[in-house]
Ligand binder design. Sequence first.
Ligand SMILES: C[S@@+](CC[C@H](N)C(=O)[O-])C[C@H]1O[C@@H](n2cnc3c(N)ncnc32)[C@H](O)[C@@H]1O
Length: 251
Amino acid sequence: MIIECLLRHSVGKRGIRCIHTSQRLAKEALKNSKNKSQSSQEWLRRQLNDPYVRRARYENYRARSVFKLMEMDEKYGLLSPGMIVVDCGAAPGAWTQYVVQRLKLDASEPHTTGAVIGVDIRPIQPIAGAILLSNTDFTKPLNQSKILHSLNGKSVDVVLSDMAPNASGQHDFDSMAIHALCYSALQFSLTVLRPFSGTFVTKVWEGPTTPALRNDLSVFFSEVKHLRPDACRGDSTESYILCRHFKGVKR
Ligand SMILES: C[S@@+](CC[C@H](N)C(=O)[O-])C[C@H]1O[C@@H](n2cnc3c(N)ncnc32)[C@H](O)[C@@H]1O
């Protein structure tokens, strides 16, 4: 487990080489893994054979997770230049990298008005064009105030939550733990999203409380879709709920 965490969050010199470093370390670790647990060995093998890991490496993204957001964006047109986006659970930073590109926040478009704020409880290495809040627990009200402060009164077009707790292996418990993060991101969204057009995307691990979560989301959004992008691992219960057309609440 420790090896897995180290590899997942290893970042190279320029901050965009996480996957490269991870692949190299995975190969070395697999060679030396005879004494490691079976699950660590399986993870290493899967990492080396995963086409999304290879593609992320080739396209200079920090994690394979980028392809989940990319697929949802390509299908539903979530992101465009000029938008304000908050990315909750942003480390190591692949979703934020993608948002920066889609919003043209890199040097290619100097006069763009949009912004992306990436937040994570872990460190996030710098990403040109993004505002990053590292070592920041999103669920803490004080930290949400910091995000509001960086927004400077502007409404948000898209709130993304790819937040995930450390899994305990107890399926129902883990599912409820991730739902707690979803509700925290939802509550924040209700205060910042642009009424009638705002979008909220959240990762879930399916469990007994997922239908209730979906019902709650449909109170606040006109369109709620449950999606499972191709890049979700076959053996995981992970999926995403895409909520569009925020109905607005009385503030
Ligand atoms: C699947 S990873 C996100 C990957 C990211 N979307 C990317 O593409 O690089 C889930 C992240 O959620 C973060 N997380 C979990 N609980 C959090 C919390 N309370 N506040 C902020 N981030 C949290 C974890 O630290 C982890 O980095």
